[in-house]
Ligand binder design. Sequence first.
Ligand code: ATP
Length: 235
Amino acid sequence: MLEVRGISVTYGALTAVRNLSLSVAEGAIVSLIGSNGAGKTTTMKAIIGLKPVSCGEIYFDGERIDGASAPHRVGRGIALSPEGRRVFPQMSVLDNLLVGGYSQRDKAHQKKTLEQIYGYFPRLVERRSQMAGSLSGGEQQMVAIGRALMAKPRLLLLDEPSLGLAPIIVEEIARIIVDINRDIGMSIILVEQNAKLALNLCNEAFVLETGAVALSGKGKDLLASDYVRRAYLGI
Ligand code: ATP
């Protein structure tokens, strides 16, 4: 479904992502792990079109998209739930969700998608009129994921959904990610500093170090790798 071939991304003189290749199969969960500054967020930005690549190619469903605008990529079926949630604090939960569905012209369809999202996040139903800025961190994360889902993506990019959340909320969000993947068959790229969580949830994982893929493999194989255990799991 997604194929990233040898991309590099720079910020001025700094090369944040270097000759990175990865692929995501239809219906798969792929995790990107790595420490601060490894290039995970930059990779996500390159895939959704918020940051241009300086070389390499990105294909989605066989179409080359690395030169396309972000709205075009969203229209083709990719959506991003960004790091730090970035909800619109002065807007209600409902309006935040509706922003994510702006490209869906069919209102009945949009309503159906909204109901589906409320099904995954019942807590957002109770809070739909509340300003998003007054929600807890976990609830804001639910809004950010829900907003991305409103675009009806076939590939969902989740950047650090567990960041700063209590373990019990992390578990809840992890369960919902698995449900969404299983029920809808949505492909997911999960960026996480919580390596244990990311490796447990995924089919395949890529370990990024200083902008390049240092290691890749099945989540369960990486969980058993001495190197990963020492460097990322603190074992
Ligand atoms: P984190 O988990 O801390 O978000 P990350 O793996 O997502 O880390 P990136 O945010 O992709 O890493 O950053 C990769 C490198 O690019 C880092 O060295 C970072 O300082 C640099 N970088 C990121 N954004 C910018 C920017 N807007 N301008 C300049 N340098 C940047």
